[in-house]
Design a binder for this molecule. Structure first.
Ligand code: HEM
Length: 478
């Protein structure tokens, strides 16, 4: 009854025979009218079930802190397709690999990247991930020139050198807040392989600008209120733009082997090139996409190895078997156990837990009618914890990715840390190589466990971040 009253229909109905059924029917009709547009008359499709959550807040808090358990509750209540309100926006949550497949393959062109605009558009607009359809393919083809294997080999040589020097300088023993160290290091790596230069005193300001821009996307108050996350994000974006714009002319004129120069020189079959604005937009997005995701993944692997000393020993042996030589791509390809551990860590801690799309036309998904103009989300994090596809999904068990188990093959879209379809991560190989390189250097130098009293927890208020910067007790072994 209380839900009926809240929705504004009469209460006296409850005393009539058959009232409960009638009440439920009325409630459903009204609820749906006020939520998503219902299927067209005569359609065999169902509407989307769902609920608003708390007044004003909707489900924002559960989305922020609930993690996979909250998504699971939705799945159990509503199934793979349901609507909710969060952060002042109405969205349709698409859970499970079947729904993921339909969005990623996007056969009828209904799902647009505009979904991201609502979160990160003001901060990362016109980055590759935010472009759509023909324009996206055109930019992606041009950008591919910066991600060929020979180019990756050059970038990785630099990652190897920078990683080796930086990690050798870390303290020999005691507590090390690994997340903070890695964040600094991966920003340093990104600036050197992307920009071809070491950062001077502006490094901290640049890092602050990135953090502000990323956090701006998940601001609860989504307006430029002074002192708020949104305003700070916009300031961060302006600082980043100025930084890259200033450097475009020199990069166009130069011939160094960094990614910035590769974008400046990328030429399509008909001689088309990126404009200066394209390059600035892509650089801002790429720097963000590259350094946060690699930091999270390396930290997640290190945290799992901290609590699974047997695995730490096994992957160290494998890393030491490569010898002391440079970590070429071929060497990095010879680390099958580390590969399993990274895949399992990407399953347990997907660096991009949820992906956004917007419908640009009415569409059908798993028997439901989804109207145009609706934000939809796909959830790698949820898929990665589904007991339907993974045995004991909360357990760290890298061998689930090895033959003969290959649980990742239980569904083509059960494991999707890099997304899928035409927007699948363009930096996947670069990211995996970077993570491996940093881990090999860590394994060569250190043995580690979680700092005494530390309980591993991931803050999910933006991209996942380990609490307290992931304090580890480290001991130098070389
Ligand atoms: C472990 C590391 C990484 C993870 C887990 C990751 C994850 C993802 C995911 C899930 C997407 C798909 C977004 C969507 O469908 O809307 C994506 C796209 C993208 N990623 Fe990554 N990423 C990683 C590393 C990198 C690196 C190193 C770079 C750049 C050097 C990069 C650049 C991009 C770009 C440009 C896109 C957009 C692709 C497109 O729309 O065509 N990522 N990434």
């Amino acid at each position: 009854m209380s839900r009926l009253r809240r929705d504004g229909t009469g209460v006296s109905l409850a005393t009539l025979p058959g009232a409960a059924t009638l009440e439920a029917a009325l409630y459903r009709v009204r609820w749906q009218e006020r939520s998503l547009a219902p299927p067209p008359a005569g359609s065999a499709l169902q509407g989307v079930p769902g609920d608003r959550g708390l007044p004003v807040l909707g489900h924002s808090l559960e989305v922020l802190i609930g993690g996979p358990e909250y998504a699971r509750r939705r799945w159990e209540r509503y199934g793979p397709v349901s609507w909710l309100d969060a952060f002042g926006i109405r969205e349709v949550a698409l859970l499970g690999p079947d729904a993921t497949e339909i969005v990623f393959t996007n056969r009828d062109g209904a799902f647009s990247q505009r979904g991201w605009d609502r979160f990160i558009g003001p901060f990362f607009h016109r980055g590759l991930m935010l472009l759509d359809f023909e324009e996206h393919l055109h930019h992606r083809r041009l950008m591919q020139a910066a991600f060929t294997r020979p180019r990756l080999a050059v970038y990785m040589q630099r990652v190897d050198e920078i990683g080796a020097v930086a990690i050798a300088r870390w303290p020999a023993s005691g507590e090390l807040r690994l997340h903070f160290r890695l964040k600094q290091l991966s920003l340093d790596i990104a600036t050197q392989i992307f920009m071809g230069e070491r950062l001077g005193p502006e490094a901290d300001a640049l890092n602050d600008a990135f953090v502000a821009a990323v956090r701006g996307g998940l601001a609860l108050i989504r307006r430029p209120v002074p002192g708020g996350r949104w305003s700070a994000g916009l300031r961060g974006r302006r600082r980043l733009e100025a930084y890259f714009r200033e450097r475009v002319p020199a990069k166009r004129a130069g011939d160094s082997d960094d990614l910035f120069t590769a974008l400046c020189h990328a030429t399509g079959e008909d001689g088309e090139r990126f404009t200066d604005e394209d390059i600035v937009n892509h650089m801002v997005f790429l720097m963000m996409a590259a350094h946060d995701t690699s930091t999270i993944t390396t930290g997640a692997v290190a945290s799992h190895l901290a609590t699974h000393s047997g695995w730490q020993g096994r992957v160290r042996e494998e890393a030491l078997a490569l010898g002391d030589g440079p970590l070429t791509l071929e060497a990095l390809d010879r680390l099958p156990l580390l590969d399993l551990v990274i895949k399992e860590s990407l399953r347990l801690v997907a660096p991009v837990p949820s992906l956004a799309r917007e419908t640009v036309k009415d569409t059908e998904l798993l028997g439901h009618h989804i109207p145009a103009g609706i934000l939809v989300s796909v959830s790698p994090w949820f898929n990665h914890y589904m007991p339907e596809y993974w045995s004991e999904p909360f357990r760290f068990d890298p061998e689930r990715f090895a033959e003969p188990r290959r649980e990742d093959r239980s569904h083509r879209f059960a494991w999707v840390p890099f997304g899928g379809g035409v927007h699948k991560c363009i930096g996947m190989h670069l990211g995996m190589f970077e993570v491996k390189t940093l881990l090999v250097h860590l394994l060569r130098r250190y043995r580690w466990e979680l700092a005494p009293g530390y309980r591993m927890r991931w803050d999910l208020s933006a991209l996942p971040v380990p609490s307290r910067g992931l304090p580890l007790s480290v001991e130098r072994i070389a």
